[in-house]
Ligand binder design. Structure first.
Ligand SMILES: Cc1cc2nc3c(=O)[nH]c(=O)nc-3n(C[C@H](O)[C@H](O)[C@H](O)COP(=O)(O)O)c2cc1C
Length: 352
């Protein structure tokens, strides 16, 4: 039986690397009956260990940890050199700081060792499906292994790789696309068709992610075959989240979002701003190299409260996020999902 069958509420907190993910947020969602996630992305294994200890001190609820699967190795420098030169010119004219491009495996071996020791109930992966050896070792350690997928082909690969459940991420989702590789010609499936396509090929439990901001939308993905919804942006205004002030105010606007590689060299959805509009068209695929190049610029803009230069990751329904405690967000989502399922059943009965 999957942990999803035992969750008191079908709500999974999305892992939110880069600031919003905190032990406090994960603990509140877990204590409210959902699955609280910690994002391991961009942390060292030692920092992740501290966060796991902290969340365990705050809740006895269920938690998961999400890890980025590293890419095959450094990007070819020539592929991003013209973009670097363009950024350097542009930043130089404005006296803005840039970092150096570098490859990183995001402390992968140490994080896997840590998770084998910590035995958290769920370990989810993003940007790929780990080797079978890793999946089996985690499973033997008592963890459920989830893999995030963005296409039917990735779902089939994750199932062959031994995944216990699939996080199905639609194009509506905020933050990076979880695709196993980033390629210009990759299809970008919206959540409902992707759920249907994956469900038609796989009997694994599915967790739906992307643009879910209301109980009605949660009800929709449950009807479409998901065991739970994984929501990110809907929790980013919670007081327990580590979302920066500049990001919080952007989320509360009705500004449109777009998919871009301008900030990190990997496709991600964020609120449109000056940096995105200026550099989107020329941005190459080079992750995590370009993430490290723009990190100092983004950090400075965050500190100075300048939304135009920050990667404002957000799902398409961000204007519906509410600044409520996380437990209250879970409670309202579940109550509204239940009410909308009953209302839909009543409408269906009338229509017959
Ligand atoms: C700020 C931010 C950070 C994210 N970080 C991660 C991450 O570390 N790992 C991951 O698998 N997904 C990450 N995502 C994507 C979420 O898991 C999820 O797919 C997305 O939030 C769902 O769309 P929604 O934001 O509309 O709910 C992130 C999303 C956002 C908005």
């Amino acid at each position: 039986m999957s942990l999803l069958d035992q969750l008191p509420t079908p709500v999974v907190l999305a892992p939110l690397a880069g600031g919003p993910s905190t032990p406090e947020l994960a603990a509140e969602v877990a204590s409210a009956g959902g699955l609280g996630f910690l994002a391991a992305g961009y942390l060292t294994a030692a920092q992740l260990a501290e966060r796991i200890a902290r969340v365990r001190s705050l809740t006895e609820g269920r938690i998961g940890v999400n890890v980025f699967v590293p890419g095959p190795g450094p990007a070819e420098a020539g592929s991003y050199q013209p973009y670097l030169e363009r950024l350097a010119r542009w930043a130089g004219e404005r006296e803005l700081p840039l970092g150096d491009p570098r490859y990183s495996d995001d402390d992968w071996p140490a994080k896997i060792e840590l998770l084998l020791r910590e035995r958290v109930p769920v370990v989810s992966f993003t940007f790929g499906c780990p080797e079978r050896r890793v999946v089996e070792a985690l499973r033997d350690a008592g963890c459920e292994v989830w893999v995030t997928v963005t296409s039917p082909d990735e779902a089939a690969e994750a199932e062959r790789g031994g995944a216990d459940a699939l996080v199905v991420q639609g194009a509506e989702a905020g933050g990076h696309r979880a695709s196993f590789v980033d390629r210009p010609e990759l299809p970008v499936y919206a959540l409902l068709p992707l759920l249907a396509l994956v469900r038609s090929r796989s009997a694994l439990p599915l967790v739906a992610s992307g643009g879910i901001a209301t109980g009605e939308a949660l009800a929709a993905v449950l009807c479409a075959g998901a065991s739970a919804g994984q929501l990110g942006t809907a929790f980013m205004l919670c007081p327990e989240a580590g979302t920066s002030e500049v990001h919080r105010s952007a989320l509360q606007s009705d500004a449109e979002t777009a998919l871009t590689r301008a900030f990190t060299g990997r496709l991600a959805r964020g609120i449109r701003n000056a940096f995105l509009d200026e550099h989107d068209a020329s941005a190459p695929i080079a992750y995590p190299e370009l993430h490290y190049v723009t990190a100092p610029l983004r950090q400075q803009a965050r500190e100075q409260g300048n939304p135009e230069l920050v990667n404002l990751w957000a799902g398409e329904a961000h204007a519906l996020a509410r600044a409520l405690p996380a437990a209250e967000v879970v409670r309202q989502l579940v109550a509204d999902a239940r009410a909308s399922l009953s209302a839909a059943a009543a409408r269906h009965a009338r229509a017959r």
